[in-house]
Design a protein around this ligand. Structure first.
Ligand SMILES: [Zn+2]
Length: 430
């Protein structure tokens, strides 16, 4: 009991549920009452017990229920277990029954078109781990507006705020003395287990590989223009996304270069929604950071990739974001943002503002000087390295590789900056 309470407090969960095989003894029930209650600001300011005791038998039979605000399925995917035990099997059954149970999920039936789900807790041996808020399309004709209808109480709130409230409501579930649900992915439609690989080519260019193997190349640069190094030849991509027609983002297309991709490749440059296999690429109209890009009206497409349950955003060379763009983009898990120690594209305060507005779990800097690729001092002109900016920041992690796999379940709990090595395919010009 103390462990559960401690974990719930540590993880800032609203509370915890203790499932027991036996009927809990009186001292245990007293302790649960003493733990107090939590108030749901979202749900009519009602309050609910912080710690709840349920027997598995009671829960399965429907005689006992979790008394919590109706914030939808709070169950995260469980960890696998090496040696299945009897109790684990029982809990597996319980888990699948619960996740299919409509009474558990009033907004599911009521709101119709969207299911807003908070995957609040990972249940395993007292290890309570808040997951991410996830929005899943549940029917036809739905837009983001419907997401706020789903919870119905605060129609004026923007989506981010709703997420924050749901986060606050998060009800932790802790299953005692067994690791639950070995195979809950099969019963939980919210689990998007396939990871997304992000590969840093160099400068502002990344390649993403989706769970099904689709490859998306973002902002390929022209060889040896401003940047002193070459673009790697023969890089496969199912689609190429370009933020704006500058040579360090469009493969040299606008300057009349032969582009480094086959003619048949799908190239997307403009705002709109596109489906590439299991990747949804949504372009938002933005504005290139001042003072550059006047020759093409400073247009810059900010790309959001919805893939494997993740929301990955590449800013291109965008300047400060408009409020409506921030709202439209919504939740951001991974953000690629132009950052360098000479603040070539964005100023320090602009970097901080965008980071605050989009609050990505992972920030990946791009568009900075790679010392090992540039042999001429002071070149490229006015482009700094990344170390100078990263030095004063918390939770900065330098990878010793150019690829990293991301998934919803492994996103860091505290916002992190990840600095990639550039691809080994990129070599200094000889
Ligand atoms: Zn640029």
């Amino acid at each position: 009991m103390a462990t559960l309470l401690g974990i719930a407090n540590n993880q800032k969960a609203a509370g915890g549920i203790l499932l027991t095989l036996e009927v809990p003894a009186t001292p245990m029930r007293d302790q649960a009452v003493e733990a107090g209650r939590y108030k749901s600001n979202l749900w009519h300011d009602k309050d609910y017990p912080k710690i709840q005791l349920l027997t598995i038998e009671g829960w399965l039979s429907g005689n006992e229920r979790v008394n919590a605000s109706p914030q939808l399925s709070p169950f995260g995917k469980a960890q696998g277990e090496a040696k299945p035990q009897k109790q684990t099997d029982l809990i597996c059954t319980l888990h699948s029954v619960l996740t299919d149970r409509p009474t558990w999920n009033p907004c599911y039936a009521g709101a119709g078109s969207w299911l807003l789900a908070y995957r609040s807790a990972k249940c395993a041996f007292g290890q309570l781990r808040p997951e991410r808020v996830n929005v899943v399309r549940g029917g036809a004709g739905a837009g983001r507006r419907s997401a706020s209808c789903a919870i119905g109480q605060e129609p004026k709130m923007n989506q981010k705020l709703i997420f924050r409230i749901l986060l606050g409501l998060a009800f932790g579930c802790c299953l005692v003395s067994a690791q639950p649900a070995r195979d809950s992915t099969k019963t939980n439609p919210l689990n998007k287990e396939g990871g997304v690989t992000i590969e840093y080519i160099a400068h502002a260019c990344f390649r993403l590989t989706s769970p099904s193997g689709k490859q998306i190349l973002l902002d390929p640069y022209a060889s040896r223009v401003w940047l002193g190094y070459d673009f790697p030849p023969g890089l496969h991509a199912d689609a190429i996304l370009i933020s704006h027609p500058h040579y360090d983002h469009d493969g040299g297309e606008a300057m009349g270069r032969k582009v480094p991709w086959p003619q048949t490749t799908l190239v997307l440059r403009h705002p709109g929604t596109n489906q590439i296999g299991d990747v949804t690429a949504v372009g938002y109209a933005g504005k290139h950071a001042d003072p550059w890009g006047k020759e093409f009206g400073q247009s810059n497409t900010v790309w959001l990739l919805e893939v494997g349950g993740l929301r990955i955003v590449h800013l291109g060379d965008n300047g400060p974001l408009r409020d409506d763009t921030v709202r439209q983009i919504g939740r951001v898990d991974v953000l690629m943002m132009p950052i360098d120690s000479q603040f070539h594209i964005l100023k320090a305060d602009e970097i901080a503002a965008i980071r605050r507005e989009l609050s990505p779990s992972v920030l990946i800097p791009m568009h900075y000087r790679h010392d090992d690729l540039e042999s001429v001092p002071g070149s490229p002109e006015a482009l700094g390295g990344i170390e100078g900016w990263a030095k004063g920041k918390v939770n900065v992690r330098y990878l010793d590789t150019y690829t990293n796999r991301f998934s919803l379940n492994t996103l860091p709990r505290k916002p992190e900056v990840i600095i990639f090595k550039h691809s080994p395919l990129v070599r200094p010009a000889k």
